[in-house]
Design a protein around this ligand. Structure first.
Ligand SMILES: CSC[C@H]1O[C@@H](n2cnc3c(O)ncnc32)[C@H](O)[C@@H]1O
Ligand SMILES: [Zn+2]
Length: 442
């Protein structure tokens, strides 16, 4: 008998890769945080003796979901300004609120709230872009959650930094501090082409090349972004980024609702990733990302929620459903974005966009055991002809039962093992009271 730390038996396992088929009555063995074997249940029972064994009857095991674009701490601004287009929402509501309220404590509490919500909906890794990324990193690490925290960059002063030099200095210091951390990764995160000028963009790319980090940026989010860029720079934002050297496999371009066919070919050629945020794009009426065309051209398309102030949740199970349904409508083709493609976008493609495809995103021996269990036994997901169909089209986040990150159980039977929900709710209500009363910020 082989010894192992953890053995999980489940009705279905959907590895995503290398096996694109669903496995039935299989088991996963985990040691030192990594998947060591994936094998038929009866073989696993005969060959392994486990310190901990978990039996999951009518459950499907999937790779932990990767939220490839969010602003975690904005969970504390959920519902503060709804039913507005992007620029009015951002300039007249969100940026003033952030200037008033965003502090280290705000980011600490907001990120914890976001991580609790993400874990409860099966997410094991998030790609964040927000102020005080050192706090986001610390919170993610203390919750045992995997994160890629953005080394943010803006032209203008905020409560986090005064100017591009200070953004870079803080970002580089953070990267230095965490460079060997098993859960915390980074990307350079210039906010958008309209908020960061040429020289800091070039410097971000140069440092990203040097440190082998992705570059995470909002891009082509709305039609007015394109018009303004043509007016100011005489070219579309993607062309400007290409001229500055940012069009590369390291680029993680978020939104991309405005794309010409030649730009899709250019993205495919470059090896860049696109992060599709279907719910935020719908809520802000930003436009449609042509996901079917990007996939057909061979572009890596991942999935993100965006922040909770423009979505208004951090639920990747809902995002998968939205992506599948919207994708068909945009393509005018019911065959576009089938369920398995969407599950891959929400897992392995996300890991690839973050430069972590060798670490997470699929259930393969050697990768971290970042695993989500979904209970398909509920009447809402019965009968099960195809578990992937149930996961994408029918299951809700309340059916996520267990979550492991690097083999550590972070949710068991919907109970978070490392977060105190009552304390979290109390702190969240404190923020709500202060923000709603319009008290002076801290
Ligand atoms: C530099 S920290 C991130 C910055 O981005 C703002 N933000 C949130 N959602 C969006 C979006 O969809 N487009 C552009 N900017 C967005 C957030 O409020 C922070 O200020
Ligand atoms: Zn965003």
């Amino acid at each position: 008998m082989k010894q192992t730390e953890l053995l999980i038996h489940a009705r279905w396992i959907i590895p995503v890769e290398p096996d694109t088929q669903t496995l039935e009555y299989h088991s996963i063995a985990v040691d030192e945080g990594r998947i060591t074997a994936l094998l038929p249940g009866n073989e696993a029972r005969q060959s392994f003796e486990a310190q901990t064994t978990i039996e999951l009857g009518d459950h499907a095991l999937i790779p932990g979901l990767v939220n490839a674009h969010t602003h975690a701490a904005m969970s504390l601004l959920r519902g503060i300004a709804d039913d507005l287009p992007l620029m009015e929402w951002l300039q007249q509501h969100i940026w003033p609120a952030e200037q008033k309220w965003v502090s280290e404590q705000f980011v600490h509490d907001g990120t914890q709230l976001a991580i609790a919500e993400m874990l409860r909906s099966g997410t094991t890794c998030f790609n964040d872009m927000y102020f005080f990324p050192e706090v986001t990193s610390r919170v993610a690490s203390s919750c045992f959650m995997r994160a890629c925290t953005g080394l943010i960059l803006l032209d203008f002063p905020t409560r986090y930094a005064e100017n591009p030099d200070e953004y870079f200095a803080k970002g580089l210091a953070l990267r230095d501090e965490t460079k060997h951390h098993p859960l915390i990764n980074h990307a350079f995160a210039p906010h958008a082409p309209y908020s960061v000028s040429d020289d800091p963009l070039k410097k971000a790319q140069m440092l990203a090349d040097e440190l082998d980090l992705p570059v995470h940026i909002h891009l082509h989010e709305t039609a007015s972004e394109i018009e303004d860029s043509i007016r100011q720079y005489g070219q579309r934002p993607l062309a400007r980024l290409a001229k500055l050297g940012l069009l590369s496999p390291a680029l993680t371009a978020v939104h991309m609702t405005q794309l010409e066919d030649s730009e899709i070919a250019q993205l495919a050629e470059s090896g860049a990733s696109v992060v599709h945020c279907p719910e935020s794009n719908q809520k802000l009426a930003s436009g449609f990302c042509p996901v079917h065309k990007l996939l057909d051209a061979g572009v890596n398309v991942a999935l993100g929620t965006d922040g909770a102030a423009s979505n208004n949740d951090l639920d990747m199970t809902g995002e998968m459903r939205s992506a599948a349904l919207l994708g068909k409508l945009v393509a005018d083709d019911a065959c576009a974005l089938p369920a398995h493609t969407v599950l891959r976008m929400a897992t392995l493609n996300g890991a690839q966009a973050l430069g972590l495809a060798d670490q997470t995103g699929s259930l393969q021996a050697g990768k971290w055991a970042d695993i989500t269990a979904v209970d398909l036994g509920a009447l809402e997901t019965q009968p099960v002809y195809d578990p992937v169909s149930q996961l994408v089209y029918a299951a809700g986040r309340e059916q996520v039962s267990h979550v492991w990150v690097a083999g550590q159980l972070l949710m068991r039977d919907r109970q978070l093992t490392h977060l105190d929900i009552d304390d979290l709710l109390q702190r969240t209500r404190g923020w709500q009271t202060r923000i709603a009363a319009g008290e002076p910020g801290r």
